[in-house]
Write a protein of this length. Structure first.
Lengths: 110, 110
C-alpha cells in the first residue's frame, strides 16, 4: 500500500512565523499535491509538483510556496503565517488511478 | 471551467441504501472518483470509474455514471454506522489534477 506521511497532525503557530509542512510518500510517485480543506469550501488546490524541482500553482497559491528537492518529499511553506491560513492541510500523491492522501495537518495560526 | 457539486447532507437509517449524487462540468474528465473522509482523517479512495463506463460495482458500492448529464452517483447498500462520514466526488481531467466537490456528510441512524 502507498503511504503518504504528513509529519504533524496538529500545529499551533503565531502570526508572522514561517511554517513548514512536510509530506513524504514511499512509492516513487512523480505527482504530489497540497490542498487545504475548509468547512463549506471543500478541498482547494494550493500547489502541485510533477517531478523533482518542478512546481505549479494551484487555485489558491497566495501566501504559500513549496519545495520539492527529492522525489519522495513535498514541503509546503507559509512564508509569514496569518490567521486566515488556519485550516486542515492535506498532502496527496498520485498513483495510477487516483490520489493517496496523508492524514492531514490541522494548523492553527494565533 | 471545472466545477463539481454535491448536496451537503444525507441522513439514512442503518440497513437502508444510501445514494449520494454529484454533478460535474468538465466533459473531458477521464476518471471520476469517490473518496471517504472519517472525522480527523485524510481522504480514503473508495472507488473510481473510467469515463467510458456507465456502471461499476464493488461489494456494497455501486457507481453510476451518466455522461450525457454529467451526473455521478454512489449507492451504498445495507448502510452501516461505520459508513457515517463525508463523501467527496472528484473528477480528473487534463494532467493529474483532481477537482473535488464540497463533500456530502452522511449520517447513519441506528
Amino acid at each position: 500500500d502507498v503511504k503518504v506521511t504528513q509529519s504533524s497532525r496538529y500545529l499551533v503557530k503565531r502570526t508572522g512565523e514561517k511554517v513548514f509542512l512536510e509530506c513524504v510518500q514511499d512509492m516513487d510517485h512523480e505527482n504530489m499535491f497540497w490542498y487545504r480543506q475548509d468547512p463549506g469550501l471543500g478541498l482547494r488546490l494550493i500547489y502541485f509538483s510533477y517531478d523533482v524541482k518542478m512546481k505549479e500553482k494551484g487555485d489558491i497559491p497566495e501566501g504559500y510556496s513549496v519545495s520539492r528537492e527529492k522525489k519522495e518529499r513535498f514541503s509546503l511553506i507559509l512564508e509569514s503565517a496569518s490567521t486566515n491560513q488556519t485550516s486542515m492541510y492535506l498532502c496527496a500523491s498520485f498513483s495510477n488511478y487516483g490520489y493517496t492522501f496523508g492524514s492531514g495537518t490541522r494548523l492553527t495560526v494565533v | 471551467g471545472e466545477d463539481v457539486e454535491q448536496s451537503l447532507f444525507l441522513s439514512v437509517r442503518e440497513g437502508d441504501s444510501s445514494v449520494i449524487n454529484c454533478t460535474y462540468t468538465d466533459s473531458s474528465s477521464t476518471y471520476l472518483y469517490w473518496y471517504k473522509q472519517e472525522p480527523g482523517a485524510g481522504l480514503q479512495l473508495l472507488t473510481y470509474i473510467f469515463s467510458n463506463m456507465d456502471m461499476k460495482q464493488d461489494q456494497r458500492l455501486t457507481v453510476l455514471l451518466n455522461k450525457k448529464d454529467k451526473h455521478l452517483s454512489l449507492r451504498i447498500a445495507d448502510t452501516q454506522t461505520g459508513d457515517s462520514a463525508i463523501y467527496f466526488c472528484a473528477e480528473k481531467a487534463a494532467g493529474n489534477k483532481l477537482t473535488f466537490g464540497g463533500g456530502t456528510r452522511v449520517l447513519v441512524k441506528p
